[in-house]
Design a protein around this ligand. Structure first.
Ligand code: NOJ
Length: 560
């Protein structure tokens, strides 16, 4: 397999608004990040992915960009950002920036021009259509509830917005628009950044007719995703972007791709095709949703997780590359989701980390994951800030007649604000995040869960992550070895074997809060030589034929 630095790296995602506020305005900022770089270096990460820091009216916390080449006032200045890049590089880490080019803000100059008249030179930078029979051009639903179309009174036409109405979709059919984006990307690369995380990049090519989506139940709006996910020109656009921009730089690229499957992901990430290096796929994040979407809760069946992970591990091996993640700014906290944040918070957080970090792919750690931050339950909907949550609540409870308690319960389990509460630095007021009033409330468990105590405690989740990162650097089998699932039918343990050049790595994890008996399958030939890591520190036995695993116990053995 072709080796590459971005396959061997561990990435840490920063959501700047919630990371560290240096000036007391209640909003995280760039100087706050600079203050904490030594903490990140101490963790051992290689690359920082910065969620958007560009100029934005913050309808979707920076994922609605009004100027791609300016820094958001809340976060600081371009000089601050340049200092950040220097400070990151001087610590021998890298920086990748978020690239949000499926849509811009409606306050971007391109859009304020575009909406002025049908013959404005920027009109074709966006997707405009006349109404159909006095209604929207088609029946597509916005990801953030309601129609995906907004009528603009100035020209009496609708524009498409797959996300909020302040996030109009850019028209990638227009070569001038594409060129502007490529120029902007080069401008950032020439400033010395080390790559891009590309927001919903597999949405940029739409089926040009924009047809109605099938609607068997006669709903008002339905998902039109089949007409824009992995659309007809997507590979052509990415290959053009590669030719025009990416090929000239030694950088890392990761495409966020809802709805991508293994076959498509192979096309996107096979290096010979000159598109991207890896994807963020969502299959494993959708397993606890019933049909009808993320708010319809369903417990995770471990066999589904195994099936999904195994399909991706084996499907991309040698032909593409994947990213490994269980958390980001859009997902609830994994220790609350697939672990037990009440009785086994530390054990289950370490178990989940072991499970993920021993797989093939580039691991991503989302801020706070490394100290086991948990979901939050705010009493009132008014304490929530996320546009997705607020629009959904309005549609279901205020405009609809769904039970508010049931809807709040789904927000507690799945809401994006679970990931966006301020980083818990210490046990001081506001968890040391800000001296002012935080833009979103701090999780009340910060006195117990915070970075300062985690760094001091050698048995903390934080130190366990450090060890996992070091193991990846030391043993190339973790990066390049192949993968075999053990016990596919068990609903209790997730165990797998990795192999590289005659060496083997056995990974055993108990996903339950019970003691379970674990046995090595008879057809597996494995002689342990060394226990690399385990989340119950007292256990150093090399016995692997039959083990009593304690609740959420995880262990990794190197052998032959
Ligand atoms: C995916 C981002 O991760 C999410 O936070 C955002 O709301 C949408 N794309 C729209 O940009």
């Amino acid at each position: 397999m072709q080796k590459a630095w971005w396959k061997e790296s561990v990435v840490y995602q920063i959501y700047p608004r919630s990371f560290r506020d240096s000036n007391g305005d209640g909003i995280g900022d760039i100087n706050g990040i600079i203050e904490k770089l030594d903490y990140l270096k101490g963790l051992g990460i290689d690359v920082i992915w910065l969620s958007p820091v560009y100029q934005s009216p913050n309808d979707d916390n920076g994922y609605d960009i009004s100027d791609y080449q300016q820094i958001m006032n809340d976060f600081g200045t371009m000089e601050d950002w340049e200092k950040l890049l220097d400070e990151i590089h001087s610590r021998d880490m890298k920086l990748i920036m978020d690239l949000v080019v499926n849509h811009s803000s409606d306050e971007h100059y391109w859009f304020t021009e575009s909406r002025k008249s049908k013959d404005n030179p920027y009109r074709d930078y966006y997707i405009w259509r006349p109404g159909k029979d006095g209604k929207e051009p088609n029946n597509w639903e916005s990801t953030f509830s309601g129609s995906a179309w907004e009528l603009d009174p100035v020209t009496d036409e609708y524009y498409l917005h797959i996300f909020s109405k302040k996030q109009p979709d850019l028209n990638w059919e227009n070569p001038k628009l594409r060129q502007e984006i490529y120029d902007m990307m080069k401008w950032w690369l020439d400033k010395g950044i080390d790559g891009f995380r590309m927001d919903v990049i597999n949405f940029i090519s739409k089926v040009p007719e924009l047809p109605d989506a099938p609607n068997p139940n006669g709903e008002k709006y339905v998902s039109g995703s089949r007409y824009f996910m992995n659309g007809p020109r997507i590979h052509e656009f990415l290959q053009e972007m590669h030719r025009e921009v990416l090929a000239g730089y030694d950088i890392m690229t990761v495409g966020e791709m809802p709805g991508v499957n293994v076959e498509e992901a192979t096309l996107y990430t096979n290096l010979e095709r000159n598109e991207l290096q890896m994807v963020f796929q969502f299959e494993h994040m959708d397993l606890d949703s019933a049909p009808g979407g993320k708010w319809n809760l369903k417990p995770l069946d471990l066999r589904d997780l195994k099936q999904s992970i195994t399909k991706w591990q084996t499907g991309l091996h040698g032909v593409g590359w994947n990213s490994l993640y269980l958390n980001n700014h859009d997902q609830p906290r994994v220790v609350s989701r697939f672990g037990d944040d009440q009785h086994y918070r530390v054990e289950s957080a370490k178990m989940l980390a072991t499970f993920l970090h021993m797989l093939q792919g580039t691991p991503y750690i989302y801020q706070g994951e490394e100290i086991g931050m948990t979901n939050v339950r705010f009493e009132s909907i008014d304490e929530y800030k996320d546009i997705e949550i607020l629009n959904m609540y309005k549609e279901k409870v205020i405009d609809g007649n769904e039970n508010p308690e049931k809807v709040m319960e789904s927000i507690y389990v799945k809401g994006r604000d679970n990931a966006r509460t301020p980083f818990q630095w210490n046990s001081n007021e506001n968890a040391g995040f800000t001296t002012g009033e935080p833009w979103i409330k701090v999780n009340p468990n910060y006195k117990e869960i915070n970075a300062e105590s985690a760094v001091k405690d050698p048995n903390s989740i934080y130190h366990y992550y450090r060890e996992l990162i070091q193991l990846r650097k030391k043993h190339e089998i973790i990066v390049y070895g192949d993968y075999q699932l053990l016990h596919p039918e068990s609903q209790q343990d997730f165990s797998y074997l990795r192999t590289l050049n005659g060496k083997k790595l056995l990974v055993i994890t108990n996903f339950t809060d019970k003691e379970i008996e674990w046995t090595l399958p008879e057809n597996i030939d494995f002689t342990p030589k060394e226990k690399l890591i385990g989340n119950y520190p007292d256990n150093n036995s090399l016995e692997v034929t039959s083990i009593n695993l304690r609740p959420y116990e995880a262990m990794v053995f190197l052998g032959e």
